[in-house]
Design a protein around this ligand. Structure first.
Ligand SMILES: *Cc1c(COP(=O)(O)O)cnc(C)c1O
Length: 428
């Protein structure tokens, strides 16, 4: 019997052009955190997100104003968010409204600054920050602290656009700048316009498993040349113009390498193809899961890039092996391919996916298929236990029943058929 290949959530996929740009970097000795690839990649991204590179878009037609944005390439999405918050004037002790249902990198930079994350729960349709609850939180923070929160960080979770119009209307009314965490949302659109272009700033990520990769990297979409320059200044150790090193502010070493930017330039050739592929995989899951009782594809909103397709598992269905889950500590961690992970003594945390969801994850894993729980909400993370939180139960409920399925550019139709077949097999 031929062993089945392993199927992963979202692996990198190259266009083949990356090495030409990298070779050029070496040939011209631009092996540095600046250079032609960095500039070229920034220009490619600017053209893409403002819709001037020939993508279907709403900007610039029917007499509408052309979207003016600048892009800075940085070493990670996390770094981009950190600098955006600084540029919004967030300082120690300030409060920042953050979406609780997300990856930790949406919230950690708030702590880097010594500011306070105010965690807000999600609405059911897009799984992103709930506008009504957000306004309630803003009002309550003003009542309790006498101060207006300094920024709002909505997320494009799994590629699904958040309720942009409602969030922007509320943010504008209170005069609070929005920093969009569009790390998972490159190529996602709301009303035809790219995510990350609605707020004052927009964060993009090119980590290994995102829509495109630079091996690791990020970018910040900025509203103007002045803001771009300010971000670049912070990203390159905040230097003053003297013949020697003179510093009047604390800077960071956050610029993107010219070698990584070469990968990014090559990846721009497959971005549209990736977005189309993720959508195609979504359609296929939808079709094949239609008659699988108790397993529901979360389709989210039109305009999603479907970075990761997610399903919810009805608590009533029984999955093979479910009586044995959570009995031993997992080796490594889910999603922990890189880095060091603390070994824990206790396999349970008191807030975890339902037994049937964990059993399905284990079953799929044993069949060579990677699946992962949804992000565990930040208000459930011990590290953020002291953060004020405004909750409605949605993210807790979704975390218990949700699972991410393979969706990346290397996932074939045959793979999707195999995944759904395996899900059927797992259900008793
Ligand atoms: C990946 C990700 C980030 C961070 O991006 P990096 O480039 O890995 O630092 C931030 N927010 C969300 C929601 C992400 O998924």
């Amino acid at each position: 019997m031929i062993a089945n290949k392993r199927i992963y959530l979202c692996l990198a996929h190259m266009s083949g052009r990356e090495q030409d740009f990298i070779k050029e970097a070496f040939d011209t000795n631009w092996v540095a955190p600046l250079g032609p690839n960095v500039n070229g990649f920034e220009e490619d991204l600017r053209a893409y997100v403002t819709g001037t590179a020939g993508q279907a878009n709403m900007a610039g037609h029917d007499g509408e104003e052309r979207l003016e944005r600048e892009v800075v390439a940085l070493c990670s999405g996390t770094a981009a968010l950190h600098l955006a918050l600084l540029a919004c004037g967030v300082g120690p002790g300030d409060e920042v409204i953050a979406q609780s249902f997300t990856f930790c990198a949406s919230v950690n930079p708030i702590k880097y600054i010594g500011a306070v994350p105010v965690l807000v729960d999600s609405e059911k349709e897009t799984w992103n920050i709930d506008p009504d609850l957000m306004e309630e939180a803003i009002k309550d923070r003003i009542a309790k602290t006498g101060k207006v929160p300094k920024a709002i960080v909505p997320v494009t979770l799994y590629g699904m656009p958040y309720k942009v119009d409602r969030i922007m209307e509320i943010a504008d009314r209170y005069g609070i700048p929005v920093v969009e965490d569009a790390a998972e949302g490159l190529g996602s659109r709301f009303d035809g316009r790219c995510m990350g272009t609605f707020g004052r700033f927009g964060v993009l990520s090119f980590n290994g498993n995102k829509m495109i990769t630079t091996s690791g990297g990020g970018a910040l979409i900025c509203p103007s040349k002045e803001e771009k320059d300010k971000i670049m200044w912070y990203a390159t150790q905040a230097r003053e113009s003297y013949p020697y090193y003179q510093h009047e502010a604390v800077g960071y070493n956050y610029r993107m390498s010219n070698v990584c930017a070469g990968i990014g330039r090559g990846q721009m050739f497959v971005l549209d193809e990736h977005v189309a592929h993720h959508r195609h995989v979504m359609e296929l899951y939808k079709e094949l899961l239609r008659d699988v009782e108790g397993v529901t594809l979360h389709e989210g909103m039109a305009g999603s890039n479907y970075w990761l397709n997610t399903v919810t598992i009805d608590p009533g269905i029984r999955v093979k092996g479910q009586e044995n889950v959570y009995q031993s500590v997992v080796q490594g961690a889910i999603g922990g391919a890189a880095g060091v992970i603390h070994v824990t003594a206790n396999p349970r945390t008191g807030c975890e996916p339902n037994d049937n969801v964990e059993a399905l994850r284990v079953y799929l894993s044993e069949e060579g298929i990677e699946a992962r729980p949804l992000w565990k909400p930040m208000h459930r993370q011990p590290v953020f236990k002291d953060a004020p939180a405004y909750l409605n139960g949605v993210s807790d409920a979704m975390f218990k029943v949700g699972l991410c399925l393979p969706s990346g550019p290397l996932v074939t139709d045959e793979d999707v058929h195999r995944i759904v077949r395996t899900i059927r097999e797992a259900i008793i």
